[in-house]
Design a protein around this ligand. Sequence first.
Ligand code: KG4
Ligand code: ZN
Length: 331
Amino acid sequence: MKILGIETSCDETGVAIYDSEQGIIGDALYSQVELHAEYGGVVPELASRDHVRKTIPLVKEVLKQANCTKDDIDAIAYTKGPGLIGALFVGVGVGRSLAYAWGIPAIGVHHMEGHLLAPMLEDDKPDFPFVALLVSGGHTLLVDVQELGQYQILGESIDDAAGEAFDKTAKIMGLGYPGGPALAKLAEKGRAGIYKLPRPMTDRPGLDFSFSGLKTAVANLYNGSDKSEQSMADIAYAFQEAVVDTIFIKCRRALEQTGHKRLVVAGGVSANVALRAKLTDLLESKGGKAYYPRPKFCTDNGAMIAYAGYCRHQAILNGQDQFEEPAVRAK
Ligand code: KG4
Ligand code: ZN
């Protein structure tokens, strides 16, 4: 079975084909980073227009990569949300129209389920059950995953998401857009112990997060600093350390609460090297294991949507779920 996946929820147009026998056989991504860089963040209207330009060419490209024609595709999965509404409309419109024209099912996929399942595309994939930490630009979630589709949210951010905190802090420090990777890179040159920032909400019980206070704390540090390269790196280090420590404490708590020995980490911030190192150590110390997608599948991509669409399609075939729209059925 071959599923074409389309992702257009934010500023990346991602298209891929997942084959149930061979895995990902076509994968193309177009990033709009340059388009939005001069505005210091994603401009939704520009994002939608660019998805319109790029989605169909990428569909053609992945069909070519996979050596397929439209007749080889069994279903189309598209991101149905959450995301920028105009951007989502492009993927939904293209996905459902192609499915209608090709006479195959269209499957709407939840963007965060796409992220959650992305580590399943690796050779070393996690078995169920596990705790999932989803850390992206829009969400910070701890989820108890019992089975495919059985998700219980254990905790989430009550304000900024982890990636959003990276991006906003980077903006305060003049690091441009996208800020997360730039701030992480600067932190590599920072020294431990120079600045100390709070670990928000770790001194009270529960698994919710709050990151908005950290950016204010960084703004104060930054405004009072000499803004030299070393001071900037030290501030970046302190910020990253505070985010990573906070996430570490909450993950440890979630693992203790659920008794699970596996932690799946996904979403854009799961590309962060310091976070990976700390969580990998945590799981090793507990005799368990942490699982991550390869770096290019941490951030938004079509492959995770194609794979999640395949899983949804299987659930539908097994009678555990149903197609959203009655009009489009199998060939
Ligand atoms: O999952 P994603 O591509 O989009 C959303 O669904 O939001 O995540 C993007 C987020 C951005 O906030 C970006 O700054 C952050 O992931 N990010 C990072 C790193 N790479 C991407 N944050 C920290 N360190 C990184 N290496
Ligand atoms: Zn995402």
